[in-house]
Write a protein that binds this ligand. Structure first.
Ligand code: NAD
Length: 453
């Protein structure tokens, strides 16, 4: 099928390359010409494992190309995926859907033949029904231009795999034709046994935001338990492992530490709260405010602990920060807990040196006043404390004895609870985690780290 993908960011670029790889002719459209040029060069405009290869293959086969023109997309494609951003509004908890609306308003008047517009962006429930009416009003082809909603569940860092081998596909449709088009687009994935759920537009929209709200709840739950463990002298890593063996609870996502961030979970949680309020169910969703608050407190808790560890004041201390991305395997720094902490300790007068394997350029673009270095040892040179804030696997390979030789004071705060703290301690480091008991349970943290995503 001829497909257009409108918006080629973390979601759209991967979707475009993946759709080409399963046999569709794909035109990716973005309003950013530089991004389009990079993609047409076969390079991903961001760090995403496996994407460069998939792009190169698609471009080479002639099944994939990128451009800036919506009219070209309207003429070319039988199905149009909308993948533009829906960030949090600056002055409210709600999602900003204006770019999605602008794309529909520009695309619909050019739809002169039967086609399916497929929303993939994460939107508040009710948005699709509103957009469907807008398309019906604006499209010259009338009801032959239909709308479906097909939310995306990919995880950055695993986006290629998650797009080509998703754990499920969800389609919100209003007609059999729309359902048939989506089934035909995803035919190779369905043949491979991917569970496929067809539903109405509103349910499809809600699956995505409620999935993210649930994941956020799970993370904040174990972080609340981390506070309790700390107060009671118990160990949250062992607790999480023991809880996780219960299938009804599950181990994945049950990792206490600095909490969640990124371009999705925080804003989706808040958008759900805002939409729930509009729909008169604020009371039922009120607990999500606390989920958000618990998550924010992880960041202030980490700063407080760092301050305590260096003797009560961060003024003129050298702080080495390991990690800038909001999680490992991505260069995405949107609402990054690591950067939040780095900026907060700098505000208290610390000299901060940040290392991240992939995200330093993105971080520097937002926070140019932090120091950045491409080497862990340089970041830690003369440091009064090392803060482990993003759990890149390579940080687990750091040799504590070697690092000890470059710091001023061997102090480590592992805010992700995954480093082998017993080894660090044995090498003479003063170590802390968030809710962990230092000693034997720290060994188990490594096992959890290896198994979690
Ligand atoms: P992003 O900011 O990385 O990408 C958005 C892209 O849209 C950018 O390349 C931007 O230049 C382009 N754009 C903006 N206005 C445009 C226009 N008028 N026409 C064409 N292109 C335009 O955002 P993202 O992370 O890819 O997220 C996109 C949507 O997907 C959001 O709703 C998000 O919640 C959802 N989502 C994201 C992920 C993820 O992991 N990033 C996962 C699932 C769902």
């Amino acid at each position: 099928m001829r497909i257009s993908i409108i918006g080629t960011g973390y979601l759209g670029a991967v979707h475009a390359a993946a759709m080409a790889s399963i046999g569709h002719e794909v035109l990716g459209v973005d309003s950013d010409p530089q991004r389009v040029a990079t993609l047409n060069d076969g390079r991903a405009p961001f760090f995403e494992p496996g994407l460069d290869e998939l792009l190169a293959r698609g471009l080479h086969s002639g099944m994939l190309r990128f451009g800036c023109s919506l009219p070209d997309a309207a003429r070319f494609a039988q199905a149009h995926f909308i993948c533009v951003g829906t960030p949090q509004l600056p002055d409210s908890l709600a999602a900003d859907t204006r770019v999605v609306e602008a794309v529909i308003d520009e695309l619909a008047p050019q739809l002169t033949e039967a086609c399916l517009v497929i929303g993939k962006s994460t939107v508040p429930v009710g948005t699709a029904t509103r957009l469907q009416a807008r398309i019906a009003k604006l499209a010259p082809v009338g009801p032959e231009a239909q709308l479906a909603w097909n939310p995306e569940f990919l995880r950055e860092g695993f986006a290629v795999q998650d797009t080509l081998q998703p754990d499920r596909l969800v389609s919100g449709v209003t007609s059999e034709r729309a359902d048939a088009v989506l089934r035909s687009i995803y035919a190779p994935l369905l043949e491979a046994g991917t569970p496929y759920i067809t539903t109405d537009l509103g349910t499809a929209e809600l699956v995505k935001v409620s999935a993210n709200a649930f994941l956020a709840t799970k993370i904040s739950f174990i972080n609340a338990m981390a506070d309790l463990c700390e107060a009671a002298g118990a160990d949250v890593v062992t607790l999480a492992m023991a809880l996780g063996y219960d299938d009804r609870i599950g181990r994945r996502g049950l990792s206490a530490g600095l909490g969640f961030g990124g371009g999705c979970l925080p804003k989706d949680l808040r958008a759900l709260l805002a939409r729930g309020g509009e729909l008169g169910v604020a009371e039922s969703l009120h607990f999500l405010h606390e989920i958000d608050a618990i998550n924010s407190r992880r960041r202030s808790r980490t700063v407080r602990l760092a301050r305590e560890m260096v003797g009560g004041s961060l003024l003129d201390r050298k702080v080495a920060v390991l990690g800038a991305a909001f999680k490992p395997h991505t260069d995405d720094v949107r609402d990054s807990p690591a950067l939040d902490v780095a900026v907060a300790v700098q505000r208290e007068g610390a000299r901060v040196s940040v290392h991240d394997p992939e995200a330093s350029d993105n971080a520097r673009a937002i926070f140019p006043n932090l120091g950045y270095t491409p080497e862990v040892h340089k970041a830690c040179d003369d440091a009064d404390i090392v803060l482990h804030l993003t759990d890149w696997p390579q940080y687990q390979e750091i040799e504590p004895t070697e690092l000890r030789a470059v710091v001023r004071s061997p102090r480590l705060l592992d805010a992700r609870n995954v480093l082998p703290l017993d080894r660090w301690q044995a090498a003479g480091w003063a170590v802390r985690g968030l809710g962990v008991r230092i000693g034997e349970p720290a060994k188990m943290a490594c096992r959890i780290a290896a198994e979690r995503v």
